[in-house]
Design a protein around this ligand. Sequence first.
Ligand code: MN
Ligand code: MN
Length: 363
Amino acid sequence: MTGEGHDCEHTHDDPQPAAVRPRSDWQTVAGYRGRSTGHAYSTRVSDTHYRPLDAQVIPRFAGIRTFMRAPHVTDLSGVDAVVYGIPFDTATAFRTGARFGPEAIRSASALIRPYHPAHDVNVVDSLSIVDYGDLPVSPGDTERTYAQVKAALGPLVDAGVFLAALGGDHSITLPELRALAERHGPMALVQLDAHADTWDEYFGQKHFHGTTFRRAAEENLLDASSSVQAGMRGSVYGASDLEDARALGFTVIQSEDLRALGPIDYAEIVRKKAGDRPVFLSFDIDFLDPAFAPGTGTPEVAGFSTVEALGLLRALRGIKLAGADVVEVSPAYDGHGHQTALAAANVVYELLALRALGGAPGA
Ligand code: MN
Ligand code: MN
């Protein structure tokens, strides 16, 4: 698979896929020692393919925490997928704390291995993945943060790389969509969340974690009629909460209906709605039941298990992902085993696998 708009050696110039290239081709890169030397830091198979640390050489518990232990790189040459944090959480309605989400997800992601058995894909062979670090934010100032995030994402969008954000509260999806829509036009949203996040305002604020997708529809960043929101549940302020989302054009699948549908039929609805549009997948960790993901800002009971969530995501195989995020991980409320962060890290891995399988939009 490849990012669009830049040369990527293993797909354009080299008929031999990276996975089967002999180890003698591995190069020593500044700051990284090739495995052939018997030393420590992981290597990449060519000048243009970044790889995580090799757990056979550096144990998983060692090293500085980046997502999946990918190198922290901000030069986008040769990069297919960028994982980055947006540590902003002052647009939450209840518990704050998601500013520490990126840190916790990175830490939990040290456990993730390259090969995805369910999809039969080696994610790190298929994609050259880097951790870009965290984008600049301004605590307490949502709109200033939006401007910072959108500006920071400009070069990444221009490079055509897959964008995978670690939130942060759900307000941060709006500037991601603003940046990506400049390249892709109105996208199809696939949202898994206990809440539709389509309120008009909250505490008099138009930009809040519960207003994101109304703003996105108004700004034509999304095509609501191509978009599917699923997992909505719990008490709401009134019947209008979900009716408003439907009135905007979104397909809304409440949690009971989603459970009855199952992964195959859910994925069929998503494919039919999305059509040929590039997809943005937004996963709010409160889609999971608080038993599986207690570390979040607005937990709702009777949610989905981790295994159900992964089943739904895996059924989406083949969709053309332009970008994705996993939001609302609030580590201070997590359990002793950090199960929320671990679930979030694995969801990001599933999203990278989907991009590896589906390729870039337009590819
Ligand atoms: Mn949300
Ligand atoms: Mn939510």
